[in-house]
Design a protein. Structure first.
Length: 130
């Protein structure tokens, strides 16, 4: 991503190089996908540790899949209301890189890390941002 001054300089150069010609400049924002490093840290480090902590607390084996579903229900879900009963149902959102962008996934992982801190679940530090 260009700093603003570089962006304006690039557009100005395009304009000067094409004086008298019709040009079109399109500017749009794209959502960055979550990085492989972010996803590896969540699925390869965080989930196994949380599943183990949940299992020790509950006294029964809690799978990584069940731990993931619990966390997504808590921090990454949609709510739907049954208009007849008024009952609210939460449905976990997908964490696939196609539907959960880099910033959204990062914020989700930060919520999970904060949850671990609040519940004295010790995690190794996340990898450097890439």
């Amino acid at each position: 991503m260009f700093p603003p001054e570089e962006f304006y300089a690039a557009v100005s150069k395009i304009y000067k190089d094409n004086i008298g010609k019709k040009i079109t400049v399109e500017i749009y924002l794209t959502e960055q996908k979550s990085s492989n490093r972010q996803r590896a840290y969540y699925f390869g480090v965080i989930l196994p540790i949380i599943a183990q902590a949940f299992s020790e607390f509950a006294g029964v084996l809690i799978s990584e899949g069940d731990a993931d579903t619990y966390l997504r229900l808590k921090f990454h879900s949609s709510e739907f209301a049954d208009f007849e009963t008024g009952e609210i149902t939460k449905i976990p959102k997908s964490l696939s890189s196609d539907s959960c962008g880099g910033k959204e996934f990062y914020l989700y992982v930060q919520n999970v890390i904060n949850f671990c801190d609040d519940n004295e679940i010790v995690l190794p530090p996340p990898p450097d941002k890439d």
